[in-house]
Design a binder for this molecule. Structure first.
Ligand code: KG4
Ligand code: ZN
Length: 355
C-alpha cells in the first residue's frame, strides 16, 4: 500500500481523477466509475430482487453467493461503460458497512484485490455517507450545509451535512421506515420489495380513508419511530380478517404511506428551520417514494427552503454514490490498507464529508 500512497501527490494534481467504486452491502451488486467526485462515467447495478422474491425478503446466504457470482462481471461492465481499463483508474473505493457481513465481504475483498494488484489507493466509505452523496451527483451545484433525511431499508436518520462533516440529529428508535414499508406490503399481500409496490398501489387509493398514528411527530426531537405505525396497520388487518372482511389494499397503502411521509417531512423541515439551514435533501431507497418527494417539495416551498433529491436510480443502492463520497477522502489522503474488513454495524460517525 506504500506504493499506492506515494501516488497521492500526483493524483491530487491530476485534471481528471477516476475512482472505481464497489458496493454489495445488501441485494445489489454494483460498480461505478466516478470522475472528480461528481461525474458518473458508468453506473452498473445487478439487482438480486428476483432471487429473493420467493422468500419475501433478502436471504443473506443467497445474497453473498450471488455477489460472488456477479462481482467480476459487474466490474468489467463498469470499466467498459466508462471506456477505461484498470490503468485508467486512480483509486478504488468500497462501502465497507453497514450491511450484511457476508455480502459486504465480497466487494471489500474485490476492492482490496484490485488495489493490491494495481497499486491503487483504497478508500472505505460508509454506505449512508454514500446515499447522502448521491445528492451531489444529481445536483452538481449543491454545497453544504443541508439537512438530509436518510430513509432506507435499514436506516431512518436525520443528519446535518456541513462542510466539516456529517452530524446525526436524530434516528429511528425502532424500525427503519423502509422496513415498515416492506412489512406493511407483506401484510397487505403485495410482495417484496414493498416500498415501490406501496408507492404504486397507493396512487389508486384514498390516503384519508383510514387514520394511522403520526408517531413522534409533535415530539421536540429529531427521532422517529415506525414500529407503532406498522403494528397499527397490521392490527387493523387482523381485525378485518376476524370479521371476515376484505381490506381495501389501495386505501390502506395510501393511508399508511401518508402517515409515514407526513412525519418524515414535518420533522425534516422543522430541523432545517431550527438549524437555520436553507436546503433539505432526501437519500436512501425510500427517497424514491413519489409522495415523499412531492410532499417535501411542497413543504420546502411553503417554508422558503430548497428541496433536493437524487433520481430513483441513485436512491436505491448503487456504487456511484460511494465513488462520490470517496473522492474527498482520497483528496485528503484518508486511505485504508489491506486490513480493511467489512463492518456490519459501522456507525455513521462524525466524519469529514463532501463539500
Ligand atoms: O437504500 P436501499 O436500496 O437499501 C438499504 O440500504 O436499505 O433501500 C431499500 C428500501 C426498501 O425498504 C424498499 O422497500 C424501499 O427502500 N423503497 C421504497 C421505494 N423504493 C424503494 N420505499 C417507498 N417507496 C418507494 N418508491
Ligand atoms: Zn442503502
Amino acid at each position: 500500500m506504500e506504493r499506492a500512497r506515494r501516488k497521492l501527490p500526483a493524483i491530487m494534481q491530476k485534471e481528471n481523477v477516476n475512482i472505481l467504486a464497489l458496493e454489495s452491502s445488501c441485494d445489489e451488486t454494483a460498480a461505478a466509475v466516478i470522475q472528480n467526485g461528481r461525474t458518473i462515467l458508468s453506473n452498473v447495478i445487478d439487482s438480486q430482487i428476483a432471487l429473493h422474491q420467493p422468500y419475501g425478503g433478502v436471504v443473506p446466504e443467497i445474497a453473498s453467493r450471488q455477489h460472488v457470482l456477479a462481482m467480476e462481471r459487474v466490474i468489467a461492465a463498469a470499466l467498459q461503460e466508462a471506456g477505461l481499463d484498470f490503468d485508467g483508474l486512480d483509486a478504488v473505493s468500497v462501502a465497507y458497512g453497514p450491511g450484511l457481513v457476508g455480502a459486504l465481504l465480497v466487494s471489500v475483498s474485490a476492492a482490496k484485490a484490485i488495489a493490491f494488484a494495481h497499486d491503487l489507493p483504497l478508500i472505505g466509505v460508509h454506505h449512508i455517507e454514500g446515499h447522502i452523496s448521491a445528492n451531489y451527483l444529481a445536483h452538481p451545484d449543491l454545497s453544504a450545509p443541508f439537512v438530509c433525511l436518510v430513509a432506507s431499508g435499514g436506516h431512518s436518520h436525520l443528519v446535518k451535512v456541513t462542510k466539516g462533516g456529517i452530524l446525526t440529529l436524530g434516528a429511528t428508535r425502532d424500525d427503519a421506515v423502509g422496513e415498515a414499508f416492506d412489512k406493511v406490503a407483506r401484510a397487505l399481500g403485495l410482495g417484496y420489495p414493498g416500498g415501490p409496490l406501496i408507492d404504486k398501489i397507493a396512487k389508486e387509493g384514498n390516503p384519508d380513508a383510514f387514520h394511522f398514528p403520526r408517531v413522534m411527530m409533535e415530539e421536540d426531537n429529531d427521532d422517529f419511530s415506525f414500529s407503532g405505525l406498522k403494528t397499527a396497520v397490521i392490527n387493523f388487518l387482523h381485525n378485518l380478517s376476524q370479521k371476515g372482511e376484505q381490506p381495501d389494499v389501495a386505501d390502506l397503502a395510501a393511508s399508511f404511506q401518508k402517515a409515514a411521509v407526513e412525519v418524515l417531512v414535518a420533522k425534516t423541515i422543522r430541523a432545517a428551520k431550527r438549524e437555520g439551514i436553507g436546503i433539505v435533501a432526501l437519500a436512501g431507497g425510500v427517497a424514491s417514494n413519489s409522495l415523499l418527494r412531492e410532499t417535501l417539495q411542497h413543504a420546502a416551498l411553503a417554508n422558503g427552503l430548497r428541496a433536493v433529491y437524487p433520481p430513483p436510480v441513485l436512491c436505491t443502492d448503487n456504487a456511484a454514490m460511494g465513488g462520490c463520497a470517496a473522492y474527498p477522502h482520497l483528496m485528503r489522503g484518508e486511505l485504508m490498507d489491506m486490513t480493511l474488513n467489512a463492518v456490519p454495524d459501522l456507525q455513521l460517525a462524525e466524519r469529514l464529508g463532501n463539500d
